[in-house]
Design a protein around this ligand. Structure first.
Ligand code: HEC
Ligand code: HEC
Length: 358
């Protein structure tokens, strides 16, 4: 009940925010028109500079007061993340699905879990989540600490209980030392410290500087003219930025974009009367997008061309469809420009130090 109230309040704030976002998007649209589609020609114009400022990267990673960063916690979190002993079978680690060499995902349309069972949803990449406010495609986890328990204890994922996780870790001498160092106390191996360390490590996973970031920071030659036109479309006529907003290219909110499939998504937590939350999923970040796909919560869209085609058509008409989803007319050149912009959000992969398992 209590939770329901909190959620409803959040939803209210969310819809107020949505109104704000829609009007922001409207200004963004007119700004892009002022700037002209050929933004390259208007480099440095006040309108385009204002637009760019909305996508500027923050300087520092935010860590919550309740779980501040420490190098010891980060190291421990990294070790746990790559350790398959955290699964019942002893063969699945977080990194089995969130594989750094596959953009912190698995390259599959839908994840494969315990005993090779296909799961219902695609594995999302886990970059830039320190700034997130709701986790999982349906937002059912409210923090990374809360989220970390879910794959550990899901029967079709790592299939453990938190008691079994603790029991296993306590039996490994190297872990006793790592936990004691990270939490500055003996007997620190608890469910809370396991999830705190995993969350801390994940908060340190931040996209590198992409060509788009260098352009936003003033390096005019960092983007080609097609990507600049793509940015104008993205923030203007194509309306992408009404949901893919901020430097992470997500509003961290939930929308039904009219895909096929009957997963209720956010609707699981909203009464049927909250129509726009039915079949709604969290807006994914578009940074470091795997350019070879597959895309969406169910991996149902194969290529970027198909993604653009979906937005051009506007998605399945139904009551829950986001009001931002309307057919858009885009020429072949404009589609190319949008994809050039999306590609400019890709940075060199960050360097990953693989831990030595104790
Ligand atoms: C079997 C594959 C698999 C394993 C193992 C796995 N995950 Fe995931 N992960 C997924 C899938 C699938 C989702 C999306 C689930 C959903 O939304 O219902 C997900 C979602 C997440 C998210 C939410 C991301 C977002 O943008 O909201 C985080 C964070 C995450 N996993 C971290 C972890 C951690 C930490 C571990 C290890 C303790 C782990 N995962 C193990 C497949 C996996
Ligand atoms: C109404 C909000 C909204 C608008 C407008 C919107 N998107 Fe999305 N976008 C989403 C949501 C929500 C998803 C995930 C949907 C799902 O999986 O069910 C998504 C998914 C995507 C994906 C797949 C990402 C991934 O990791 O799977 C891409 C690429 C994308 N959008 C690009 C765009 C582009 C380009 C535009 C403009 C033409 C656009 N979006 C407009 C909300 C929006």
């Amino acid at each position: 009940m209590e939770n329901g109230v909190v959620r409803r309040r959040r939803r209210l704030t969310a819809s107020l925010l949505l109104v704000a976002a829609v009007s922001l998007a409207a200004t963004a649209g007119s700004l892009a028109r002022i700037a002209g589609v050929e933004t390259g020609g208007l480099a440095g114009s006040p309108a385009i500079e204002l637009l760019k400022a909305r996508f500027r990267r923050p300087d520092a990673v935010p860590f919550p007061k309740a779980n501040p960063h420490s190098p010891g916690k980060e190291d421990l979190g990294r070790t746990l993340f790559f350790d398959p002993r955290l699964s019942r079978s002893g063969s699945v680690s977080c990194a089995s699905c969130h594989n750094p060499s596959l953009g912190w995902s698995d390259g599959l349309a839908r994840a494969v879990g315990f005993e090779m069972k296909p799961l219902a949803r695609r594995t999302p990449p886990i970059m830039n989540l320190a700034w997130g406010s709701a986790f999982q495609w349906d937002g059912r986890a409210e923090s990374l600490e809360h989220q970390a328990r879910m794959p550990l204890t899901a029967p079709d994922e790592m299939n453990m209980t938190m008691e079994m996780v603790i029991e296993r870790l306590v039996a490994i001498p190297g872990y006793r030392a790592l936990f004691a160092q990270a939490f500055e106390r003996p007997d620190a191996i608890t469910a809370e410290s396991v999830t705190a360390a995993l969350a801390t490590y994940q908060r340190t996973l931040v996209s590198g500087r992409a060509p788009f970031d260098r352009w936003v920071a003033g390096e005019e030659s960092a983007l080609g003219p097609d990507a600049k036109r793509g940015f104008a479309l993205f923030t203007g006529k194509a309306r992408c930025a009404s949901c893919h907003s901020t430097w992470r290219l997500t509003d961290d909110s939930f929308h039904d974009i009219g895909l096929t499939g009957d997963d209720p998504g956010r609707g699981t937590f909203a009464p049927p009367s909250v129509v726009t939350m039915q079949r709604a999923f969290k807006t994914p970040s578009l940074r470091d997008l795997r350019l070879q796909g597959p895309y969406m919560h169910d991996g149902s869209v194969r290529t970027l061309d198909d993604v653009i085609e979906h937005y051009v058509k506007g998605g399945a008409k139904r009551p829950s469809l986001s009001p931002e989803m309307r057919p858009i007319a885009l020429s072949a050149d404009e589609r190319h420009d949008l994809i050039a912009f999306l590609s400019s959000l890709k940075a060199e992969p960050i360097r990953v130090e693989l831990p030595q398992l104790p």
